[in-house]
Design a protein around this ligand. Structure first.
Ligand code: DGY
Length: 321
């Protein structure tokens, strides 16, 4: 008997066919009004789950006594209770590496857009305000030659450091729970305590995974340590930053600006005060969202799933047991 898999994210036709050759697939559209109900109906028979962006708590897992593999189409696994999955002997897999460069591009896009006020000034032109040449009121600030502070020097942090050092002649500082001799040697990155990094960097970019130790890492105290002309960029997870404290710092001019791809609540509510602030560039969690990278992530997730269901050790197994 074939294993049964519930897919709750749209897959390309070739990937869907590849999966269907080996397992019985039930597709569920979580955007449909009956999506969650259909997922609940399919869980009792499921051996595998494939998808993303769904917090998979114990209430759903209790419905799936046959579950063997949860294959997430993401690198972040903060939507899952990893300890609970391990207790249940359910493999959790994720999709690192394939999204590293694209996500680092997003970080750099936010650094440049915030520093050079790209979104604000493009909207200003579109709204018909460009009648004479620009004066200082519309100037931005340089990126090249400045200091980038990276909090979390994993794969994405490293890819950002490479762009900053090689492409923009930036000085790179980093804070991480481990020293990274490779990044130090290749990009001239210098390790700093969190406090020292916040005090020295012109751009602070967050790339840490969300965990109990990083939730609320950047709050009012940390924002107060940043230079007033500094810009905060978050491509990690919204809850790494105390959003209310950030809004206050941006409103009061305590910080120059912020480039944010992730938020405490996603989708970002249309009435969020962040959207009232001209010095905020807000993007809808586009970190890895290119055609090529999302396809590569889905392919990696399909491979992880099939390996796990075949009784092999998946390449990107988060909770090995
Ligand atoms: C991830 O993979 O965790 C990203 O946040 C999704 O873009």
């Amino acid at each position: 008997m074939n294993k049964r898999v519930v897919v709750y994210k749209t897959l390309s036709q070739p990937l869907l066919e590849r999966l269907q050759q080996q397992v019985d697939v039930t597709q569920v559209d979580l955007n449909a009004s009956d999506g969650l109900a259909r997922l609940r109906d399919a869980l009792p028979d499921a051996h595998g789950l494939l998808g993303a962006s769904l917090p998979l708590g114990s209430a759903l897992l209790d419905l799936a006594p046959n579950l063997q593999v949860v294959s997430s189409i993401s690198v972040g696994v903060d939507n899952y209770d990893v300890a609970d999955l391990t207790r249940r002997r359910v493999m959790l897999t994720h999709t690192p590496d394939v999204l590293t460069e694209t996500t680092a591009d997003t970080g750099f896009a936010l650094i440049l857009a915030s520093a050079r006020r790209v979104v604000e000034l493009a909207n200003w032109v579109r709204d018909g305000h460009w009648h004479k040449s620009l004066g200082p009121a519309h100037f931005g600030t340089d990126v090249q030659g400045k200091t980038l502070g990276i909090i979390g020097m994993g794969r994405i942090g490293d890819a950002l450091a490479r762009r900053a050092a090689a492409g923009f002649g930036m000085r790179v500082l980093y804070h991480s729970n481990q020293r990274k001799p490779d990044a130090e040697a290749r990009h001239g990155a210098r390790f700093r305590s969190l406090e020292a990094l916040l005090g020295e960097a012109d751009f602070v970019c967050l790339t840490v995974p969300l965990s109990a130790s990083t939730e609320g890492l950047i709050g009012a105290r940390e924002l107060a340590l940043m230079k007033p002309e500094a810009i905060l960029v978050n491509i990690a997870r919204g809850r790494v930053v105390d959003e209310a404290a950030l809004i206050e710092a941006l409103r009061s001019g305590r910080l120059r600006g912020a480039g944010l791809d992730v938020f405490e609540q996603e989708p970002l509510p249309a009435d969020s005060p962040l959207l009232q602030l001209a010095n905020v560039v807000a993007t809808p969690h586009i970190g890895s969202a290119t055609h090529e990278t999302r396809e590569a992530m889905a392919r990696c997730a399909v491979e992880n799933l099939l390996e796990g269901l075949a009784g092999e050790r998946p390449r990107h197994w988060v909770n090995p047991f």
